[in-house]
Each structure stands twice: as C-alpha cells, then as structure tokens.
Design a protein. Structure first.
Length: 417
C-alpha cells in the first residue's frame, strides 16, 4: 500500500541519499590515485607507510560507528550527516595542502572518524522511509554511491592528477561535500511524520505498514541482546571478511593497473572505472530480484563465491596475460558488490527497530576492521612480494570464508534464505 500511496519518496529521497553517500565515497577512495600519482614521492612515503595510510581511515571508521548510529537512531540522522558532510569535505581539502606526513596520518584517521556514522545512519534513515518489499532496492541505491562514484572519480582523478597534481585533486574533490551539506539539510526529514511534502493519509499508511512489519520480529529490550544475537555475531565476522576483498580491491586497483607496462595515469583512470560498471548492473539486478522474491541469503553467498573464484583465477593467470587477468578482476568486482542491498535488508528484518541501528553499526564496524586489514595487507603483500598474486589469494580466501559464514549465520526459518 505504501508503495503506491507514497511513490514520491523514491524521487524525493533516493537521489539525495545517493549523492550524499557518493560524496563520502569520493573523499575516501581518491587516496589510491594520489598514491599512484606522486604523493608518495612528494611526502617521502615508504611502501609500508603508504599501506598504513591507505588503511588508517578504517581504524577511525571502526571506533566511532556505534556512538554515531545510536545518536542517529535516538536523536537525528539528518543533523549528524549534515555536520559530517562539512567536516569530511574540509578534511579532504586539507589533505591537498599538507606538507607533513604526520599531519597526513592524523587527517586520514579523522576522516574515518567523521565518516564513521554515515553508513549506519543512512541505513537507519532508509528503514524509516521504506518497507520490507522496497528495502533491498533502497539500500542498493544508497550503496550504488560506492561503485558509481569510483567509476567517474577514477576518470576525473586520473585527469586531475595528470593535469594539476594530486594536491588539487584533493582540494577540488573535497569542496562539493561542504556545499552539498546545506542542500541535504533543506531536502530531507528524519521521519515521514515531519515531511510537509507527504499528505496525512500517506504518512499514516506508511507508518502503519512499518509498524505491521515489526510485529513478526522478536522484541529486544536493549542493544546488549542484539549484540549477543547469534546472527549478529556471525554477520560481524562475515562482513569483516567480505570487506577485506572489497577494500583491498578498491584502494589498490589503481596501483595494480598502473604497474602494467605502458599504462599511463589517464589510462589507469579509465581502466579502473570499468569494473564498477558491472558492479552497478549486478547490484541493481540482485536487489530487484531479492525484493521481488523477499529472499535475502540466496542473493548474498553465491556472489561471494564467484568473487573468490575470479580472484583465484586472476592469480592463476598472473602477469602472463594482463587483459585476461583484468577481465577476471571485473567479474570479481561485479560479484563482490552485488549482495549489498539484500545483506543490509537482512539485519532490519531479523531485529526490531529499537536495536537494529546499533546492530548495523556493530556489523559495519567489523566491516571497517576488515577494510583496514584489506587495505593494509593487500598493500603490504604487493610491496613485499613484488607482485599481486599473494594479495589475490588473500582476497579470494576471505570472500570464500565470508560466503560460508553467510550460509551458517542466516537460518532458513527466518524467511531470509
């Protein structure tokens, strides 16, 4: 009912949510282009320190997930994201002005702190506006900000680094977040009851539908019960392993491509964008069919296995055939990104609203730890082994374990198989 009564939610909210998360992703993922485009030489950054800097963002991201999500759940996601936009845009711009590696360490950590609450806050926000039969698609349009941003950022950053240098890349790509903060504040409301652009019957119908969906979920008094839930504990480890593959890939793909013979910085930008085209397609298809069937688990673990196989295949090909290896990396990207919408829909369907946000933050914080490990260890393995084979094996194994835990974590009787 809410789907037909309040259709304007999709046109009003989803573009705003998409752009906001896109700007967050822009300011965290462009580090890889700076690393490949001269920052290491200018600031005298060693290979080991470059790996640490690439991953340090996720340490700050890990620490402040839960406090931010609790604030968003009990106070205001709108206010939290407004200030986050301003702060992370400012930190990103400052990155382009520094001349001291110690200040860069601090900025990378603080960028993670500022962005830490954005993902769980956005998922909490969407769960208040979209019903179960819509949630996987709503989540996907949010997380599409990840591959779509990397797609155009890869091309733009390649040109900016080539023509203006890595410093101006950070400055020009950090400014939009600050400007967008004020549009965000004007365009969104925390809950349907606050929205002047919905009619009273639309507000009532949507709220009734959301309340009805909560009736089949076992109530929990506090976060302690949610954090001790078998499913939540297992999904924490599942998401950490999954994130090792994703962020090892995201942070270091530009360096992997740029290391190929005869590949310029501009060509690196174009080639880095290609895997994310498939990621966009698989995410949209996966979320559509997950919502259509109201099944979740089956749209998660098979894709993680495909990603693991693709990484292993790229390892077997090695440096003998760059283009075949690159095709396998494209497949890995599409497979790794596909399950995001269904995965985050699972959490809001097995836990009540009063604790779901905290559980999302806990799971996402473990994802940040996995991201830290992926970004650091992939960079470390690339540097110490002198090639990329070891890191491909590492990412393949992580995705395979993540798929196995997914099967174990979500019981069929939950209705999310």
């Amino acid at each position: 009912m809410a789907q037909t009564i309040a259709k304007r939610r999709w046109f009003r909210l989803i573009p705003v949510v998409f752009i906001t998360y896109s700007l967050a992703y822009l300011d965290r993922a462009n580090f890889g282009f700076a690393a490949a485009g001269g920052m290491a030489e200018d600031l005298h950054i060693t290979a080991a320190m470059s790996s640490l800097l690439g991953s340090l963002f996720f340490l700050g991201y890990f620490i402040f997930q839960i406090p931010g999500a609790i604030y968003a759940e009990n106070k205001s996601a709108k206010r939290l994201i407004f200030w986050s936009l301003i702060l992370w845009g400012g930190l990103a711009m400052t990155t382009g002005m520094i001349k001291n590696i110690h200040l860069l360490i601090f900025i990378r950590f603080m960028l993670g702190v500022v962005e830490s609450a954005v993902m769980p806050s956005m998922l909490i926000f969407l769960s208040r506006w979209f019903t179960r039969s819509e949630r996987s698609r709503a989540n996907t349009f949010l997380i599409l900000g990840n591959p779509v941003t990397i797609l155009w950022m890869s091309i733009l950053s390649g040109y900016l680094v080539k023509s203006m240098g890595w410093r101006w890349m950070f400055i020009l790509e950090g400014l939009p977040a600050i400007l967008w903060a004020f549009l965000w504040w004007k365009l969104v409301n925390d809950e349907p009851k606050d929205a002047s652009w919905l009619t009273e019957p639309e507000k009532l119908a949507l709220e009734e539908k959301l309340q009805e969906e909560q009736q089949g979920i076992k109530p929990m008094k506090n976060y302690a019960g949610a954090f001790q839930s078998r499913a939540v504990v297992l999904l924490c480890f599942q998401y950490a392993l999954w994130s090792i593959g994703v962020y090892g890939f995201v942070i270091w793909l530009p360096s992997i491509i740029h290391a190929a013979p005869g590949i310029s910085m501009v060509e690196t930008g174009w080639l880095t964008s290609v895997p994310y085209l498939l990621a966009i397609v698989t995410m949209l298809l996966c979320s559509y069919f997950s919502d259509k069937t109201l099944k979740r688990k089956v749209f998660v673990w098979p894709f993680l296995i495909i990603g693991a196989i693709a990484f292993y295949g790229s390892y077997l090909v090695g440096t003998n055939n760059f283009w075949l290896s690159f095709i396998l990396l494209i497949i890995a990207s599409g497979a790794m990104y596909a399950p995001y919408g269904p995965f985050f829909a699972i959490i809001t369907e097995i836990l009540p609203r009063n604790v779901a946000g905290g559980a999302i933050a806990l799971i996402n914080s473990f994802g940040a730890l996995g991201s830290f490990a992926g970004a650091y260890l992939v960079g470390y393995l690339n540097g110490t082994s002198g090639g990329f084979g070891a890191s491909y094996i590492f990412m393949a194994g992580s995705l395979l374990l993540s798929a196995i835990i997914t099967v174990i974590a979500i019981r069929d009787k939950s209705g999310n198989d």
